[in-house]
Design a protein around this ligand. Structure first.
Ligand code: GLY
Length: 252
């Protein structure tokens, strides 16, 4: 069970963030309303949320998940892999310090939290353009000390590992086709995401609910068929900036 979450509001500079989506510029007012709805959903899932003020110096800083990897007992402050996001982690460290024992990814390691997928006792670490082998090695060492099982996988042609895959509990994975045949994932019950709904691979289990981005009916139906209660959230403005449901919070 998760009990807490940290989120950060998008800043006016959000429109200048990093994106490859070609979906146009986000509307900051709509993004703020969508963020409010996201926070309400986290509260409905039973979480106490800490809402950090927007930081205009970092246009991507609402995507807090990339700045830390957290468990109930400890956290790892990351070193974001795109230089434009380096520094976002400083504020997150201050917020987490009173709550959790903390470690940090050190130079030359880089790591984005969006590349890290926990599935019960396993942590899958996506080696992407953001997360390098040194970052993965440092994270693996910390996780192993705490008796978790770290497994590195290669990620290509996609921003983060969790852009294309998510664990929703009870051995169930939502996967884009690109990850379907990964041998490391052979033992899971896999729901393949329809090609036209790839964004919905980033659906997010929180306690009794699975949060699903709005507008992806096939994925929604597949998740409901697995007997999960769902909450749909419109994330159009975050999709424009290559962000999804998991990126918008740290949950522990
Ligand atoms: N816009 C999110 C990222 O590139 O990290």
């Amino acid at each position: 069970m998760f009990t807490k979450a940290i989120v950060r509001k998008p800043a006016e500079t959000f429109i200048n963030g990093i994106t490859t989506s070609n979906l146009g510029k986000p509307d900051i007012n709509l993004a703020l309303r969508q963020h409010d709805n996201y926070c309400e959903a986290l509260i409905k899932c039973g979480l106490d949320i800490t809402i950090l003020d927007a930081d205009p110096n970092f246009p991507d800083s609402c995507f807090v998940e990339d700045t830390a990897v957290v468990t109930k007992n400890f956290g790892i402050i990351t070193r974001p892999g795109d230089p434009r996001r380096l520094g976002e982690e400083v504020e997150i460290k201050k917020v987490l310090e009173p709550m959790l024992k903390l470690y940090a990814i050190e130079e030359p390691g880089t790591l984005d939290g969006g590349d890290i997928m926990q599935a019960d006792n396993k942590f899958y670490i996506g080696l992407s353009e953001r997360t390098n082998p040194e970052g993965a090695k440092q994270l693996s060492n910390i996780l192993s000390e705490h008796n978790y099982d770290p497994i590195s996988v290669k990620v290509k042609d996609i921003l983060h590992f969790k852009t294309g895959i998510n664990y929703i509990g009870e051995n169930n994975l939502l996967v884009q086709k690109r990850f379907y045949d990964l041998p490391e994932l052979a033992n899971y019950n896999k729901t393949i995401i329809a090609p036209e709904e790839e964004y919905a691979a980033n659906s997010l289990r929180i306690n009794d609910y699975v949060l699903v981005p709005k507008g992806f009916p096939k994925t929604l139906a597949s998740i409901q068929k697995l007997s999960y209660k769902t909450i749909e959230l419109d994330l159009s403005e975050y999709q424009k900036m290559d962000g999804g449901l998991s990126c918008l919070s740290l949950r522990f």
